[in-house]
Write a protein that binds this ligand. Structure first.
Ligand code: NAP
Length: 207
């Protein structure tokens, strides 16, 4: 498969890249140093990009070319009560989760039968005090994909939303670290790939 892993400098994306060794791999993230190091280790092509910038996203997707599998393991987390949430935090959250996904889907090219995978959260775990911005970004992504799925189906492309439980990655750093019982990223990656590569592809996969 020709595979593009976005967010591969992150915990989940890195584990997905390792699990997909042997495929034709294109790896992206914002930090060029760690991205290059990972690409050497797993045998992929590093293409750094900030996906909140449409031109950077477009250039990345042109360079990656037609894909069989695209994994959007991109995001940020933050916690603040509504009355102390600055505009920047809410906008940053929507940008990291929704806008990056939009830029990617807008410019991606796919082979027939391809799958594009995005990561959401269980609503009950995030629709919680101090998580309004994160919950809104994940809810927006899920609604966006529900509509977009119907467009991409006509091109023979399957959009998959994966609802993840807590996974022990750096996403949790601003929140004081992952909760007890969080999945190891390697275990999460295995479960994700098993589910999204199943036939027929799921629309929503709960891990
Ligand atoms: P992570 O370790 O913090 O990695 C996040 C990745 O997103 C990094 O590679 C980061 O790149 C990249 N990124 C952020 N903003 C970007 C942008 N504007 N353009 C390009 N890349 C950008 O987080 P993770 O836990 O692996 O999360 C992956 C996905 O799973 C996210 O959507 C997250 O919301 C979702 N998820 C995670 C959990 C969990 O418990 N970990 C639970 C539910 C859902 P750089 O590091 O290079 O800046």
């Amino acid at each position: 498969m020709r595979v593009l892993v976005l967010g591969s400098t992150g915990g989940l994306g890195g584990a997905l890249a390792w699990a997909l060794r042997g495929h034709e791999l294109f790896l992206s993230g914002r930090r060029p140093g760690p991205l290059r190091a990972l690409a050497e280790e797993v045998g992929g092509k590093p293409i750094p990009a900030d996906l909140s910038d449409e031109l950077e996203a477009q250039a990345l997707l042109e360079e990656a070319g037609p894909l069989d599998l695209l994994l959007h393991a991109v995001g940020v987390a933050g916690r603040a009560p509504v009355r102390q949430t600055p505009r920047d935090l809410l906008e940053g959250m929507l940008q990291a989760h929704l806008l990056t996904a939009h830029h990617v889907l807008k410019h991606a090219r796919f082979r027939p039968g391809a799958r594009a995978v995005f990561f959401g959260a269980y609503p009950a775990y995030v629709r919680f005090p101090a998580f309004a911005a994160y919950a809104a970004a994940k809810g927006a992504l899920e609604a966006y994909l529900e509509a977009a799925r119907k467009e991409f189906r006509r091109e023979g492309v399957h959009l998959v939303l994966v609802r993840l439980p807590a996974v022990a990655t750096a996403l949790w750093n601003p929140l004081g670290g992952p909760p007890k019982g969080a999945l190891a990223p390697e275990e999460a990656a295995q479960r994700v790939l098993r589910g999204v590569l199943a036939e027929p592809p799921p629309e929503v996969l709960e891990v």
